[in-house]
Write a protein that binds this ligand. Structure first.
Ligand SMILES: Nc1nc2c(c(=O)[nH]1)N[C@H]1C(S)=C(S)[C@@H](COP(=O)(O)OP(=O)(O)OC[C@H]3O[C@@H](n4cnc5c(=O)[nH]c(N)nc54)[C@H](O)[C@@H]3O)O[C@H]1N2
Ligand SMILES: Nc1nc2c(c(=O)[nH]1)N[C@H]1C(S)=C(S)[C@@H](COP(=O)(O)OP(=O)(O)OC[C@H]3O[C@@H](n4cnc5c(=O)[nH]c(N)nc54)[C@H](O)[C@@H]3O)O[C@H]1N2
Ligand code: SF4
Ligand SMILES: [Mo]
Length: 688
């Protein structure tokens, strides 16, 4: 009997990137737990990933390639060999390329894993060599990233543990109890030391329950609130005039915009009371250091970019940038960028193909993208039918007879069900990778713990097979995962001090390495990495992209749900992260499904009564894009006018449809961002 413990890291789309230990006996994983030596996650795992071996050894794991034999979506499959699968792909692609060119092939991947090898490089090199269409990766955080960079230059954020220096913490459209659980012990410590917590969220979330103040604003009105708070700060002389003059650009123009935000307008549009707004402005102006911690909930609406710009401006008004325990905390993902050439090998590839916005997948498949039309889709580490907006259009697109769809996944997902070929993927325990966190600043190495189950293969291995079949023999398409990691670390460390001294050898030995930040507070020297060196309340870069250079003009158009149903009966649907799954990953696991209970929608007692709906009954949410049945939870955890459900439910395990049959595929103000939370729906009792 051979027994060992292998150190790895959770690959899921979660800011915590936990260290894990897998106990292996004779090639079989028999134990799985948090690694007590991980500096941040310290040996405990969330409820989703604790039973990970149920996921890895799930009876529904795909173990062999499958070819569709009946009509698309009919569920009739035939097992084939990898050789047959790869040959079929090569033949179809060769024909597509000769008729339409390689841009007719679209790779679609996102967040099944966040690893360097299995996502970042697997998503780049082979597809660049092929000359395929690029995917505009805008479903999650594109507007917020653009806004933060335009305002302060780089996405830098304090480490989780730094929050113990805060006296006020504002969780702005962020629900860390569910989505960043390892931040919570540090927040609790800050609270024990007397820190106050404000939560700004349309829902009374788990995180809001222990806050000192909860502001349940209307979805998408954060920018209006932030501008209103800015005006209050100025009116009560709590703003830092000297700081603004020394360290920002555009303060005079920004200040002029504040004329548009008198208290009564802000109260009316946000749905908050004037007292709540005044109270929050006073707290934020007086209690310091004050940290504004936001994530991406605030950016998934029409005004997502400008809303984030307005929030970032507040930390300049109070002079809180560069202060330990103060400023903003968005994401640590901007501390370094992987070396572009090592990642992409652009110097040895055709010029980048045209880019297709992932939020418009359905529309793109149905003809919005032409010249050439998309003739083949290769989906990996993503599940667009479940997780991307406007599912009915995506399904319609995938049903196109002339579209050749390949899905590489661990499970027969809603998307895989509509494929022509399905390829079995490995789990994190069966592959090697390197993961960086976006919530903290630790880099971790994931050693392969067990051999691949059945005939499953990792993303990078599949890219190698496809490359060989297409006749691409460049060595950078056929490196081992360790060679890829080594090359990327070395190339990036050459120009980025944050990575210096972090080598493959060290990571394999020690498991983890913190980025070289030497305890620095972000923007400590007040030299902002923007073109002006200052906080850009006014951004010329945004202006040159055709955007408003100042926050404060918000789009007021609303989603009509593509129907002419009575506007005054529409409700705004917020579909945030579920506590029990990570997007749709893990959402087929029986134990987790049981804990999550049936898919439901929260609605305010007033909205329920108006529609004759009682708690626990089945309701239909509908708009012109589609409909979805859910169980009503009647609760004042949401305000009148808002309904809340969660993302991630597999349609085929939820009566055929999930909330993304309703969500809008329109784009936000910045960067082609998704607008999930701008969706409007009509709700009625289900008949029969
Ligand atoms: N358990 C769990 N953890 C996850 C995920 C998951 O699915 N489940 N998903 C992962 C992913 S992909 C991401 S991007 C992160 C996201 O992490 P978070 O941003 O924390 O998660 P969300 O639930 O998407 O959004 C946070 C909150 O924003 C609120 N919100 C929605 N619209 C608005 C608005 O207009 N204004 C304000 N102020 N609040 C609004 C929602 O009600 C929600 O409570 O979490 C990651 N972690
Ligand atoms: N309504 C609504 N929808 C949303 C959101 C919302 O707020 N509201 N949030 C959006 C956000 S923030 C995000 S990030 C997206 C996420 O959307 P996606 O990136 O599509 O994520 P998942 O739905 O989790 O699908 C990931 C798939 O990858 C598979 N997988 C896991 N590991 C691997 C691997 O190593 N290799 C391969 N080949 N496959 C693997 C999993 O089994 C799973 O089927 O969802 C978005 N969807
Ligand atoms: S999902 Fe997040 S909290 Fe859970 S184990 Fe993975 S990284 Fe940790
Ligand atoms: Mo996300």
């Amino acid at each position: 009997m051979q027994s060992l413990v292998v150190r790895g890291v959770c690959p899921h789309d979660c800011p915590d990137t936990c260290g894990v230990l897998t106990e292996v006996v004779d090639g079989q994983a028999v134990g799985f737990r948090g690694d007590p030596e991980h500096p941040i996650t310290q040996g405990w795992l969330c409820a989703k990933v604790r039973p990970y071996l149920d996921h890895v050894y799930h009876p529904d794991r795909l173990l062999k390639p499958l070819r569709r034999v009946g009509p698309k979506g009919s569920g009739q499959w035939q097992e084939i060999t990898w050789a047959e699968a790869i040959e079929e792909i090569r033949d179809r692609w060769s024909r597509i390329i000769s008729q339409f060119g390689p841009e007719a092939i679209l790779p679609y991947s996102y967040s099944g894993t966040l690893g360097l090898v299995q996502l970042s490089v697997a998503n780049a090199r082979f597809w660049n060599r092929l000359g395929a269409s690029q995917l505009q990766r805008t479903i999650c955080c594109a507007a917020a990233e653009c806004a933060v960079e335009a305002t302060v230059g780089k996405r830098w954020a304090p480490a989780y543990e730094e929050v113990i220096h805060s006296r006020l913490v504002v969780l702005w459209g962020h629900n860390p109890v569910s989505t960043a659980p390892h931040f919570m012990p540090f927040l609790r410590q800050a609270q024990r030391q007397g820190a106050r917590v404000v939560v700004i969220d349309p829902r009374r979330t788990a995180s809001a329950k222990s806050a000192d103040l909860h502001l349940p604003l209307r979805p998408g009105t954060d920018g209006i609130l932030a501008m209103g708070v800015a005006r209050q700060l100025v009116e009560t002389n709590l703003h830092q005039e000297n700081w603004l003059q020394a360290h920002s650009v555009g303060w005079p123009q920004f200040r002029e915009r504040l004329d548009l935000f008198p208290l009564d307008r802000v109260a009316q549009e946000t749905g908050l009371s004037a007292e709540q707004i005044v109270e929050f402005a006073r707290m934020y102006g007086e209690i310091k250091p004050g940290l504004l911690k936001f994530t991406d909930g605030v950016n998934r609406n029409y005004n997502g970019g400008q809303n984030v710009r307005a929030i970032c401006a507040l930390a300049a008004l109070t002079g809180q940038y560069g202060v330990r325990g103060g400023g903003i905390s968005y994401s640590t993902s901007g501390y370094f960028k992987w070396d572009v050439e090592a990642l992409n090998k652009w110097s040895q590839c055709p010029p980048p193909g045209r880019a297709v916005n992932m939020n418009r997948l359905g529309a793109a498949l149905l003809g919005e993208v032409a010249h050439p039309p998309i003739q083949s889709l290769f989906v990996f580490a993503a599940n667009p039918v479940t997780s991307s907006p406007h599912a009915s259009k995506i399904v319609q697109g995938l049903l196109r007879e002339d579209l050749f769809t390949i899905v590489h996944d661990l499970f027969l997902t809603d998307t895989a069900e509509l494929a022509d070929l399905v390829l079995p993927a490995t789990s994190q325990l069966e592959q090697t990778d390197l993961n960086r966190a976006y919530g903290h600043t630790i880099i971790a190495y994931n050693a392969q713990a067990i051999p691949p189950l059945g005939e499953s293969k990792s993303n990078w291995e599949v890219m190698g097979l496809l490359a060989r079949a297409m006749g691409f023999l460049e060595p950078w398409l056929h490196q081992s995962p360790d060679e890829v990691i080594d090359e990327l670390l070395t190339a990036t460390a050459r120009h980025d001090p944050h990575l210096q001294g972090i080598t493959l050898e060290r990571l394999k030995r020690e498991g983890y390495a913190p980025l070289n930040l030497s305890g620095k507070v972000p923007f400590e020297d007040l030299q902002f990495p923007t073109p002006t060196g200052k906080v850009q309340l006014y951004s010329s870069e945004l202006a040159s992209q055709g955007y408003d250079p100042l926050p404060g003009q918000f789009r007021s158009e609303i989603d009509h749900g593509e129907t002419d149903w009575p506007n005054d009966e529409a409700l705004t649907l917020v579909s945030a992260a579920s506590h029990h799954f990570v997007s749709s990953s893990l959402a087929s696991q029986a134990g987790l499904l049981q804990r999550a209970g049936p898919p439901c929608v929260e609605m305010h007692p007033q909205d329920a009564a108006q529609r004759g709906i009682v708690d626990g009954e089945e309701v239909v949410l509908a708009n012109g894009r589609g409909e979805c049945r859910l169980r009503a939870v009647v609760t004042d955890a949401v305000q009148p006018g808002v309904v809340a459900s969660t993302k991630g439910r597999w349609s085929r395990l939820s009566g055929g449809r999930n909330v993304n049959w309703l969500t809008t595929d329109e784009l936000a103000d910045f960067a082609g961002q998704s607008c999930f939370h701008s969706t409007r729906v009509w709700v009625r009792k289900a008949k029969g």
